[in-house]
Design a protein around this ligand. Structure first.
Ligand code: F0G
Length: 362
């Protein structure tokens, strides 16, 4: 492999892909871990880092899972790949399918997928089906389709997806100079990522690189929170939510397939789960953008919104060192940005008009 710099494939030795298989890669992983002092001050915490997974090549952490999952599909001789998606998984699968030279079929919940994500799936040539139903229904259907047609399923029920995504855990430890943060906070939808990152942390501990794991802290939107409900009731499995809804369409999921494993990660690591409101998500999105220059989509901001709430409530200590994972890029959902931000000021093409606008205090 040419590139040994920071990337998913840096960890090839602990990824279950045959050594003769050339990775299907567009140089994913190796995302920045930013120290965020201004945001930390606002939240009232000592050490805050943001792992910006929106800076993966297609704009979300899904690329880490797809590079491994699609490489495995090719290794296994599969002819077509498929997934259901709230958007990012389909964008990533479209692109890795193109890179691998095999067709991709993606099922999206109609009207509930952010524009940038649909654009990616379409332009990269996936067969895009807009399903009159929600994500959970689309996932049931695509599983059936894959069984019937021998398509290779690339939702996070596929273990190779999680193998790729566990490298987020490896990178956090690497980037902190082999120190383990007290806590990792991240958005939870289908619950694959929290499961995968925890697996990464555990593997580093099991091979003796670290001696503990961070407390895994999962954040869901109030309108789509089956995992938080289970956690609050001390249960190890969920009751599905039939009509999930939130501004964070990426995590608009009522029946997460990895719920059991995610709850195990939370309990085992002495972590927790909590909800945030849509307003709290938008405020955190603004704070990340304006205090730190980190542009994220709404689902990603739920991690920071959750941290803020838990610090306010005195549940997360002010002395903790925390890593928030921001999972997707701002440009994924431009419509939401236009909806929540002030409109551009329209001016005449004269200096007077421009000066008036620049110095108006509105
Ligand atoms: N953040 C973003 C931006 C996502 O796109 C997703 C999931 C999550 C967080 C939650 O991760 O599902 O592993 O718990 N998006 C999936 C998709 C469901 O289809 O793109 P999770």
């Amino acid at each position: 492999l040419k590139k040994q710099c920071p990337s998913v494939w840096k960890y090839r030795e602990i990824l279950p892909i045959d050594e003769t298989q050339e990775p299907i890669s567009i140089e994913e992983g190796g995302t920045p871990l930013y120290r965020c002092d201004r945001l930390a001050d606002k939240i009232g915490i000592k050490g805050l880092y943001v792992k910006h997974e929106g800076l993966n090549p297609t704009g979300s952490f899904k690329d880490r899972g797809m590079t491994v999952g699609v490489s495995k599909a090719i290794e296994l001789g599969m002819k077509t790949v498929a997934c259901a998606s709230t958007g990012n998984t389909s964008a990533s699968l479209g692109i890795y399918g193109a890179r691998a030279g095999i067709p991709a079929v993606v099922l999206l919940p109609e009207g509930k997928v952010a524009l940038g994500k649909v654009a990616q799936a379409l332009m990269h040539g996936a067969k895009v089906l807009s399903v009159r139903g929600n994500f959970d229904e689309a996932l049931v259907l695509v599983r059936q389709l894959c069984d019937d047609e021998k398509f290779y399923l690339l939702n996070s029920v596929n273990p190779y997806r999680l193998e790729g995504q566990k490298t987020i855990g490896f990178e956090i430890i690497d980037q902190l100079g082999f120190n383990v943060p007290e806590r990792v906070v991240l958005p939870v939808g289908n619950a694959g990522n929290i499961t995968a990152i925890y697996k990464g942390f555990k593997e580093f501990m099991n091979i003796g690189i670290t001696d503990k794991v961070p407390r895994m802290t999962g954040i869901q939107s109030e309108g789509a929170a089956p995992i938080v409900d289970a956690y609050r009731n001390g249960r190890d499995d969920i009751t599905p939510e039939k009509n999930p809804d939130t501004i964070a369409t990426a995590i608009r999921i009522g029946n997460p397939v990895n719920a059991k494993k995610a709850l195990k990660a939370i309990y085992e690591s002495n972590g927790m789960a909590d909800t945030v409101t849509d307003d709290e998500i938008v405020q955190a999105q603004r704070d990340l953008a304006q205090l730190e220059g980190i542009g994220v989509e709404p689902a990603s901001a739920s991690s920071v919104a959750g941290l803020k709430k838990l610090v306010n409530d005195g549940i997360i200590g002010k002395d903790e060192t925390v890593v928030c994972v921001t999972t997707g890029h701002l440009l994924k959902d431009p419509q939401e940005v236009v909806d929540v931000c002030p409109k551009p000021v329209v001016v005449d093409a004269t200096m007077e008009s421009i000066r008036n606008a620049v110095f108006s205090d509105k």
